[in-house]
Write a protein of this length. Structure first.
Length: 447
């Protein structure tokens, strides 16, 4: 058996390696600040060459390993710190959440149960009620943090299925159920229909207008057609911040249609939910009180380090009944989030979310959201005054969709040209049959 230096990897109770562990931590802080954060004027990706993991028989020296990370890994990462990166819904994390995330890893409590994470169970419960109240979901609202918006949407559809057909929890057989989302909704809804056993063929994607907002008459017609076919509508979603154009459906109207046909009403505000912090966008969220569930990702437009997403519900009992879980090896009288979530083991992401909110305050959240709206408005004006570009549609949030107006230059060619020049990093999504350019203005110093 090769020699293994235990003190290099774990903190010794006799404190003999305290300073060595501390020194290693400082080295990581330096690497983060110098080689990750202080890269705003560096290329979007320095090194595109192939990487090989090369796992050794005997472990590397930790200092040599850190140097390998700095020289071989970090140059290959996508540099979100560059203010000209506007490709996807990827924000630079607020500094407090970077260090909070490290603290979460060090504490390493498990959000499975109250017994394993008492203070974080209290924290998450209070945060979920706070956000539920922020969205106007009523006094009985609750929720749970999830590992991303996709898992939140999958969970919402599972809750809806078990609410509409409670017997399906025990016997399965969720036949004849049909769900409705817009054709601009996230792909996680197809994934969810597969996971909950209803099937992707029973997801109806309703047409949207050029901006990406669901067409209400088409939604109601689709539901009525399903009923005539002898099927059972059970789930309707409104999208607050579509993936491509950032459109926000008319939440109030979609919710009223959902309730008219006795469907579970879900709002996917994974991206756009941060708009609730500014009076400029709050009117878009009228009707949230109708929602049975809502997805929101602070890891996107609220600048919290990944992962940090949530599923909120109007009634806590929906989580209890929907997941119907038991933890026989834990105190069943306590609040155990493992009973209210598809995940068992979870990180204590509540800590970095709470620290972000405490550090920025609601006024700081408002300032940052409004700043990104102002910066995106600058980009919009640049597009509108250009002779080579034009808007694809009028923006709703801080997402600007544009295209080349020069028939000799394709959007793909223009995009690559900008990336090569270090001018802009935009994505190239498919929208209404065409590849367009999309800018998501999230960097606080974008421009």
């Amino acid at each position: 058996m090769p020699d293994f230096d235990l003190d290099s990897h774990f903190f010794n109770p006799d404190r003999s390696n305290l300073e060595a562990i501390r020194k290693l931590g400082y080295a990581f802080v330096d690497a983060i600040v110098d080689s990750v954060l202080d890269t705003q004027n560096q290329p979007f990706v320095k090194d595109n060459s192939t990487f090989n993991i090369n796992i050794p028989k005997q472990g590397n020296d930790l200092w040599e390993l850190l140097e390998e990370v700095r020289s071989q890994i970090l140059p290959r990462t996508v540099n979100f710190q560059n203010p000209r990166y506007m490709g996807h819904m990827d924000s630079v994390p607020a500094a407090i959440t970077i260090w909070a995330d490290a603290l979460v890893s060090a504490i390493n409590n498990n959000m499975l149960s109250y017994e394993l994470a008492p203070v974080f169970t209290q924290m998450e419960a209070q945060l979920m009620q706070w956000f539920g109240n922020l969205f106007g979901m009523g006094t009985d609202c609750f929720g749970t943090l999830t590992a991303g918006g996709s898992l939140a949407n999958i969970s919402a559809l599972l809750l809806a299925r078990n609410w509409k057909q409670p017997q399906s929890k025990t016997f399965g057989n969720s036949n004849k159920l049909v769900a409705f989302v817009s054709d601009a909704a996230h792909t996680s809804f197809e994934k969810a229909m597969n996971v909950i056993g209803v099937g992707k063929e029973n997801l109806v994607r309703v047409p949207t207008n050029q901006r990406g907002e669901i067409i209400l008459d088409e939604l109601e017609s689709a539901i009525q057609k399903t009923i005539r076919e002898g099927k059972q509508p059970f789930f309707v979603a409104a999208i607050a911040g579509t993936t491509v154009t950032g459109a926000v459906d008319r939440i109030q109207s979609v919710g009223e249609i959902a309730k008219r046909y006795e469907c579970w009403f879900h709002i996917d505000a994974a991206y756009g939910g941060a708009g609730i912090f500014t009076p400029k966008l709050q009117p878009l969220f009228q009707g949230c009180e109708l929602a049975d569930s809502l997805t929101f990702n602070p890891q996107k437009w609220l600048w919290v380090a990944r992962t940090c997403a949530m599923l909120l519900v109007k009634d806590k009992q929906h989580l209890v009944d929907g997941f119907d879980g038991e933890l026989p090896y834990m105190d069943d009288q306590a609040l155990n989030f493992g009973n209210l979530n598809l995940q068992g083991t979870r990180r204590t992401d509540s800590l970095k979310l709470w620290m972000a909110l405490k550090a920025m305050g609601t006024s700081g959240c408002r300032y940052l959201v409004e700043r990104s709206l102002d910066l995106s408005n600058n980009l919009q004006q640049w597009v509108e005054t250009s002779t080579e570009l034009e808007l694809v549609c009028e923006p709703t949030l801080n997402i600007i969709c544009l295209k080349s107006s020069n028939p000799k230059i394709s959007n793909a060619t223009l995009r690559q040209q900008w990336i090569d020049e270090g001018k802009l990093w935009l994505s190239l999504p498919l929208w209404k049959g065409d590849r367009i350019l999309k800018a998501v203005v999230l960097h606080p110093y974008a421009g």
